[in-house]
Design a protein around this ligand. Structure first.
Ligand code: NAI
Length: 332
């Protein structure tokens, strides 16, 4: 397996590259960054593990970097340095960076699976899909916006609430009982506690606070880092968790990838989400790493509060998707 990380010198790129270097399933790691591509690769190459690491910094090196990649991860771009800056405000700068990189992916690594970590995920994923479409390639089922951090935060925050009440018997069940759907910014993030017995342990106010904490989880980190970046280590962990799910599917060692969510283009209209083309949903992924379905069944189980949260998420995501699509239709 060859994995390429674009933006490997950054706050997320470095720890993510370290985790990938340590991953026994990764044979080759290609690290590209306009600043730090060579340095991070040199540093990691001194770790005594089988995975071969190569660093790149120049545009003319992108062919070698990308060719034969199974998975390309995009984490290049500007992050939030203050909680006053929303992810949507990163749009103008990051879409220029994404555009440059995606043109190279189309040129040199058309068949790879593309993971988008850079923000705003809600708009950048439609940009990536539309750019492929403009070149006559429908690749929506191999482009994933990474929302795993929202899922991990939900698991951790719910465990904190339950443990704070002295309730430990669900510790092992928590990962199984949470899904996060929607998008990856503020009100577009909707955590759903599937296990109603666990949900009943939270009062209405506790549930509301839980949802808000998940939606604003990034702010906690941005504020604690006080001007020195946003979530990087937890994001690297989250990105690596999603890569592990994909690698397991590609090597045929795990079920259908069910449970892991990502923000994807919806191939068919989903009942309950009729007016949105992209959404983060629990996925079914085949052995070629293609998204072949989403678990829309969970939408039928929502209560009135969750339905309202989903409606808000749908309207946020629709605006973000339109922004991305308009950007591509206005470019040449
Ligand atoms: P960072 O600023 O530490 O790193 C970004 C890296 O991208 C830098 O090393 C920079 O040199 C590189 N870069 C810039 N332009 C490039 C280009 N044209 N080609 C190659 N590399 C280029 O930022 P950080 O903290 O690593 O965040 C990266 C992105 O991830 C941000 O957009 C951030 O908002 C997003 N993010 C996404 C999360 C998610 O859950 N999906 C969570 C946290 C952050």
């Amino acid at each position: 397996m060859k994995v390429s990380v674009l933006g490997a010198g950054g706050g997320i790129g470095q720890p993510l590259s370290l985790l990938l270097k340590l991953n026994e399933s990764v044979d080759e790691l290609s690290l590209y960054d306009i600043y730090g591509g060579y340095g991070v690769a040199s540093d990691l190459s001194h770790i005594d593990r089988r995975c071969k690491v190569q660093g790149y910094e120049k545009e003319e090196e992108m062919e070698e970097c990308l060719e034969n990649s199974d998975i390309v991860i995009i984490c290049a771009g500007i992050g939030r340095s203050s909680s006053d800056i929303s992810r949507d405000e990163l749009f103008n700068k990051n879409c220029l960076i994404i555009r440059k990189l995606v043109n190279k992916i189309i040129e040199f690594s058309e068949n790879s699976i593309v993971l988008v970590i850079s923000n705003p995920v809600n708009s950048l994923v439609p940009i990536v899909c539309e750019m492929f479409k403009k070149r006559g390639i429908d690749k929506r089922n191999k482009i994933y916006g990474i929302t795993t951090l929202d899922l991990i935060r939900s698991e951790v925050f719910l465990r904190e609430i339950l443990n704070g009440k002295g309730i430990y018997e669900y510790d092992n069940a928590i990962q199984e009982s949470i899904r996060v759907i929607g998008g990856h910014s503020k009100e577009s993030i909707v955590p759903i506690i599937l296990n109603r017995e666990i949900k009943s342990k939270l009062s209405a106010i506790e549930y509301e606070r839980f949802v808000k904490r998940v939606q604003n989880g990034g702010d906690e980190v941005v504020e604690a880092k006080n001007g020195r970046g946003s979530a990087t280590l937890s994001m690297a962990f989250a990105g690596h968790r999603f890569v592990c799910c994909l690698l397991a599917r590609l090597s045929g060692t795990s079920g259908d990838g069910a449970g892991e969510s990502a923000y994807v283009g919806l191939a068919q209209p989903v009942p309950g989400l009729l007016h949105v083309e992209y959404f983060s949903m629990p996925l079914e992924i085949n052995a070629r790493g293609e998204c072949v379905g989403v678990d829309s069944g969970l939408l039928r189980t929502l209560d009135a509060t969750e339905r309202r949260l989903v409606e808000t998420a749908v309207s946020r995501v629709r605006q973000n998707v339109a922004q991305g699509q308009n950007y591509v239709s206005g470019t040449h």
